[in-house]
Ligand binder design. Structure first.
Ligand code: ADP
Ligand SMILES: N[C@@H](CCOP(=O)(O)O)C(=O)O
Length: 372
């Protein structure tokens, strides 16, 4: 029997200030796949067809063996003894999540890939197992967990025993190998399956009055590069600074009405944002030309936080880097356009063009069967 279904995965903003690699928030931009699988026929095997519209359409590979989402789905299938895509598989992706801006585009692509493998193979994986597969690809849990579960989510990775640590530490190149163009059923070894129960999470409350304003510079910054600049060790003072704020923040964002004084301070961070300010121009691949100034900082955050506050902009709750940046996220209950336009002016004075969007908190990933 032929089948059709859609997979809809939200964007995410990770960290929310002090929660580096711990918290994520799903927001109302989506990656949506529309998938059709014909009934098996006696025809020769045909390769998957991918079409793609929206964000990233000019750069995303349309070869199923190179595209992140379909490679992840093949990982899931191969771990479950299904060694190739079904013949005649058609996927249309429509993407609203800009690439490399700190809004979890890769986390969404990974979750979409795991859900795609699960549906193609009719594997009936549990939520926990879906998360295991995603964590073998995107190894920090904040984006993928929030994209899967939806809402404001905190997560940790279980301490693994020696065998599971080895299984979870295989290089990404074994999980997502470089498939040759003609990779068929016989190509390559079976990939290593994930250990069970790697990720654990909880959804926090979220005050319905709070929206997220994403101020999105028109250049990309790869998350991998923005992680390379972080130190391996931190002082006790800085760790305590973040822990104190994160503990307060997770409950403060659920209160009605939210308390701006409490939240503004609780969204401060000393673990990642200060280091990411100093990223140099060479690390940034421009989508539009950047000002000729080097080294360049992730621009705007110190200027925006010092001049846009709850006192100057009533309704504002707090400001942070979204994920690894360069997007800046402001949480607010009102005055959204004023906050965004004033942030835009600050960027403009640095010759940086930005787009901004007022986003709602989104639900988790959804798979919907289409009756045909
Ligand atoms: N929908 C998608 N389909 C395929 N690949 C994607 C998709 N979304 C993101 N990617 C890949 O992920 C990269 C961006 O990942 P990353 O640097 O982690 O930034 P982000 O903060 O957007 O997650 C893109 O350059 C692209 O290679
Ligand atoms: N905790 C991670 C989150 C990265 O999010 P992304 O949306 O930038 O991929 C980090 O800060 O590195």
């Amino acid at each position: 029997m032929s089948r059709q279904f859609t997979i809809k995965v939200p964007a995410t903003s990770a960290n929310i200030g002090p929660g580096f690699d711990v918290v994520g928030l799903s927001v109302s931009l989506h990656l949506t796949l529309t998938v059709s699988i014909p009934a098996p026929s006696g025809q020769p095997h045909s390769a998957p067809s991918i079409t793609y519209t929206g964000e990233g359409a000019d750069e995303v590979p349309l070869d199923a063996y190179k595209n992140l989402t379909t490679r992840v789905s093949l990982y899931v299938l191969r771990c479950n003894n299904i060694r190739s895509f079904p013949s005649g598989l058609k996927i249309h992706a429509h993407n609203e999540i800009p690439f490399g801006r700190g809004l979890g585009s890769s986390g969404a692509a990974v979750i979409a890939g795991v859900l795609l493998g699960n549906e193609i193979g009719q594997l009936n994986l549990s939520t926990e197992r879906i998360l295991d597969f995603a964590l073998m690809v995107e190894r920090h849990p904040d984006n993928v967990t929030a994209a899967l579960i939806g809402g404001f989510v905190g997560s940790y990775l279980r301490e693994l025993d020696e065998a599971d640590t080895a299984a979870a530490s295989v290089p990404l190149s074994e999980v997502l190998p470089e498939y040759p163009p003609d990779a068929g059923e016989d190509w390559g070894l079976d990939p290593p399956p994930p250990p069970s129960g790697i990720g654990h999470y909880i959804r926090f409350g979220w005050s319905e009055s709070i929206k997220a304003i994403a101020i999105i510079p028109r250049f990309e910054l790869s998350t991998a590069k923005a992680r390379e600049v972080l130190p391996l060790q931190y002082s006790r003072k800085d760790l305590v600074f973040n822990l104190q704020r994160l503990a307060v923040l997770t409950t403060a964002l659920a209160q009605n009405p939210p308390d701006p004084d409490l939240i503004y301070e609780a969204m401060k961070d000393r673990i990642h944002q200060p280091y990411r300010k100093t990223l140099v121009l060479a690390l940034i691949s421009p989508v539009s030309p950047l000002p000729a100034k080097s080294p360049i900082q992730i621009p705007g955050l110190p200027e925006v936080t010092s001049s846009i506050t709850p006192a100057t902009h009533p309704g504002l709750l707090g400001i942070c880097l979204s994920g690894a940046g360069p997007t800046i996220l402001a949480l607010a209950t009102s005055n959204f356009d004023k906050v965004a336009e004033d942030a835009r002016s600050i960027f403009k004075s640095e010759n940086i063009e930005v787009d901004w969007k007022v986003l709602n908190i989104a639900g988790g990933s959804e798979v919907t069967q289409i009756q045909i």
